[in-house]
Design a binder for this molecule. Structure first.
Ligand code: ADP
Ligand code: MG
Length: 315
């Protein structure tokens, strides 16, 4: 961030020379009118929880990372209560590579043995989580890092028939540790690693964790940042974005195979979150700078919005 974008109370600068002339420039007018137009959105979402799954390019590219951190800090600053859930990005594979452990995927999910899980946990909880916390704090947010074990937030059970090793699904969520943090303006940053009933750490798809936490928190929105414009009718064609779908249409897209791979857990967790009372779930292009603010502070939004069938309007 350049110094010129820092607010300054100094009225002796050339801009504010005592000429008696109009000193408010176009940029100032624009900033004030944009802020003023944001008022109804701020009023609508202040005090509400918005759960954001952070991953993909928005986690990798420095400019996008900075934009996401600023968006989250801004949301918290105006009284919205963002909660961040993150995956590992490329760092897990990078560390598995350094340690000569071959990553394996099945149905979009990592197959995880004990050796791999050690690396997943160290990288996700020890490094990626703290980088996000530091990044948020650097732009003026108050972030606190948590994993599933902290305060008993998330308990895992083995995914499916257990053949994916230490890949878990969410058995239960106890969001009570989050309430005092949110009430005091902290931004919880949650790693998608959680213990089973015996305390054995499992890696859970971060979209799934975000969806379950959104449901447990009775969140206003669930926003999944990813590297596509949203759900595409034809995944080769970025122009085939589906702007809005109902729960039943979302289920049909999975059944018909339009949605597959990594988009399946995303769509499924949107369905589950909505079925459990979250108002709207969004799959949003994290490659677009400030995609979070575009989703929260505009009527049209960006990406795909999944809504309960009674909801018609975007927002
Ligand atoms: P993330 O890292 O954000 O979790 P994933 O790779 O797990 O992303 O999931 C997104 C991927 O899902 C897309 O890159 C795309 O390859 C795949 N995909 C499958 N079906 C669709 C669809 N209908 N529309 C968009 N992407 C789809
Ligand atoms: Mg994924």
């Amino acid at each position: 961030m350049s110094n010129s974008s820092q607010p300054s109370p100094d009225r002796s600068s050339p801009d504010h020379a005592g000429s008696g002339q109009q000193v408010v420039g176009d940029a100032d007018n624009l900033r004030v009118s944009v802020l003023s137009e944001a008022l109804p959105y701020i009023q609508r979402f202040a005090g509400r929880r918005i759960v954001v799954k952070y991953g993909g390019a928005a986690m990798v590219r420095a400019d996008l990372r900075e934009a996401v951190f600023r968006d989250l800090a801004l949301l918290a600053c105006v009284g919205v209560q963002p909660v961040v859930v993150h995956g590992g990005g490329p760092e897990i594979n990078e560390w598995l590579g350094r340690l000569a452990i071959e990553p394996q995927f099945r149905e979009g999910l990592r197959v995880t043995d004990a050796e791999t899980m050690d690396v997943v946990e160290m990288v996700l909880v020890g490094r990626v989580n703290k980088q996000i916390v530091n990044g948020l704090n650097r732009v003026g947010g108050k972030a606190v890092g948590l994993a599933g074990c902290d305060g008993g937030l998330v308990q895992a059970r083995p995914w499916g028939d257990g053949s994916h090793g230490l890949v878990g699904e969410v058995a239960s969520v106890d969001p009570s540790v989050l309430a005092p943090l949110l009430a005091n303006g902290y931004i919880p940053v949650i790693s998608s690693v959680a213990p089973d009933a015996e305390g054995l750490a499992h890696n859970i798809n971060a979209d799934t964790v975000a969806g379950e936490i959104a449901a447990a928190l009775d969140a206003e929105k669930l926003i999944l940042l990813t590297d596509t414009p949203g759900i595409l009718m034809d995944r080769q064609d970025p122009g085939s974005l589906i702007r809005q779908i109902s729960l039943s249409q979302a289920r049909e897209l999975i059944a018909s195979g339009v949605v597959e791979g990594g988009m399946t857990p995303k769509t499924e967790c949107c369905i589950r979150a909505l079925a459990q009372g979250v108002s709207a779930a969004h799959i949003v292009d994290g490659r677009v700078a400030h995609s979070l603010l575009l989703e929260v502070f505009t009527n049209s939004g960006i990406g795909t919005m999944v809504v309960g069938s009674s909801r018609q309007l975007h927002g």
